[in-house]
Design a protein around this ligand. Structure first.
Ligand code: AMP
Ligand code: ZN
Length: 114
């Protein structure tokens, strides 16, 4: 799957609608369309990388920024004090559906490990 056909690349380029939570030159965040908690946001690099195995293609500052943005969103959406999960589904057994690396930021209710 390349950038032309990638759903999250289309969302980042605003060729597809999403509820944008945050954006800058390198990182983009939007509400998960099937939110499993009161807060469920996806944080993605604008640059297409499929999974953690390709993370070396991202500049280090972008990788760091993904996590900073996750924290900033948690603060903005009011789950910093209660706590939140940052999750990456990587590959088949983890249930990865979209092969554009993304962080799930999930909070607003009590979460457990799967
Ligand atoms: P995963 O690849 O397993 O980490 O999950 C992909 C996530 O993307 C799922 O939680 C979906 O609900 C979400 N998703 C799929 N299509 C869209 C979309 N068009 N807009 C927002 N979220 C989406
Ligand atoms: Zn992509």
């Amino acid at each position: 799957m390349d950038e032309k056909d990638c759903l999250f690349c289309k969302i980042v380029r605003k060729e597809m609608d999403s509820n944008v939570v945050y954006e800058d030159d390198e990182v983009f965040a939007f509400e998960d369309i099937n939110g499993r908690a009161p807060v469920h946001v996806l944080v993605v690099p604008r640059q297409h990388v499929a999974n953690l195995e390709e993370i070396g293609a991202l500049p280090d500052r972008v990788t760091k920024r993904l996590f900073e943005v996750a924290s900033e969103i948690a603060r903005k959406l009011g789950v910093l004090d209660g706590g939140y999960a940052v999750r990456i589904n990587n590959g088949k057994d983890a249930g990865q559906e979209i092969f554009h690396l993304h962080l799930h930021v999930i909070g607003g209710k009590r979460l457990g490990m799967p």
